[in-house]
Design a protein around this ligand. Structure first.
Ligand SMILES: [Zn+2]
Length: 279
């Protein structure tokens, strides 16, 4: 029995050491990456490009996801980040310069899209059927954002969402302190009601209310991750998305939502899709 306890204690201390190592990322960076780091520092807020369908300046809005993908939670203007970016580039047969550029972003975009079954269905020209109504559940009032469009989600998704929010509030005091953060402003959207609203408003709002929205599956959720003063909770203006990307809710989601089975959509910091599993 004592021996078993000793083995358990040793295992626990090893585990604690491993956790400590994982958390204490060394951000110093090899001097070999100084030049790439300088290029990234310069372009971070000045790069003129069109990553989606509108002109943007800089790439700060994408830093949290980049940090998560390359496994280096360090300043994007530093050497450790550049080295991590170079490893990512090498993995996907890009020149491993460590310098952020549009080509690297296109690969990142593709990598993320391939993790969303909905997107892959659309690539095959399929549009997933909505779930049977008996698989849907209602949000609790405190889970609904004031700007909500809908109040239903597929039940298993709702359960995963609840586990995720509980973890976020436990792990981040700034999220616990603001009950509005992570409230849902859109979940399941009935395809017919969506089409009717789109026709009535005479504005189908591009991607979001297109004929086949991921929200028809009951697995897509739009979460409140903060908003820029005077802007909508789902404003795609570059400055709005950059603002959201700086907040604690989005940064926590990028690092942790995967544990609960949710995947991000690079263009919309609020939009997450449940793919099940987790990890
Ligand atoms: Zn959405």
């Amino acid at each position: 029995m004592l021996r078993l306890l000793a083995v358990l204690a040793l295992g626990l201390s090893l585990l604690t050491a491993a956790t400590a190592r994982a958390q204490a990322t060394d951000c110093t960076g090899d001097p070999a990456w100084a030049e790439a780091a300088l290029a990234n520092a310069l372009s971070l807020n000045t790069l003129s490009w069109t990553p989606f369908n509108q002109a943007e300046t800089g790439w700060e809005a994408y830093v949290p996801i980049l940090q998560h993908e390359i496994g280096v939670k360090c300043d994007p203007a530093g050497g450790a980040f550049a080295a991590g970016l170079a490893r990512f580039q090498a993995r996907y047969d890009l020149p491993p310069t460590g310098v952020f550029d549009a080509a690297t972003f296109i690969v990142l975009k593709g990598v993320l899209q391939e993790r969303r079954p909905f997107v892959m269905a659309r690539v095959r020209n399929e549009c997933p059927d909505p779930p049977p109504l008996n698989q849907l559940g209602y949000l609790l009032p405190e889970e609904e954002h004031a700007d909500r469009l809908t109040r239903l989600l597929r039940r298993d998704v709702l359960d995963a969402y609840r586990r995720m929010v509980e973890a976020a509030r436990t792990e981040v005091p700034a999220i616990a302190a603001d009950p509005e953060l992570l409230q849902i402003f859109s979940g399941f959207r009935d395809p017919e009601a969506d089409a009717a609203r789109c026709a009535q408003q005479g504005n189908c709002d591009g991607v979001r209310r297109a004929a086949c929205s991921p929200h028809r599956t009951g697995t897509a959720i739009d979460l409140y991750v903060g908003r820029m003063a005077g802007m909508d909770v789902d404003s795609t203006a570059p400055e709005s998305r950059r603002h959201m990307s700086r907040g604690p809710a989005y940064q926590w989601l990028v690092a942790n939502a995967g544990r609960f089975g949710f995947r991000p959509y690079l263009y919309e910091p609020w939009h997450w899709e449940y793919v099940g599993g987790g990890g």
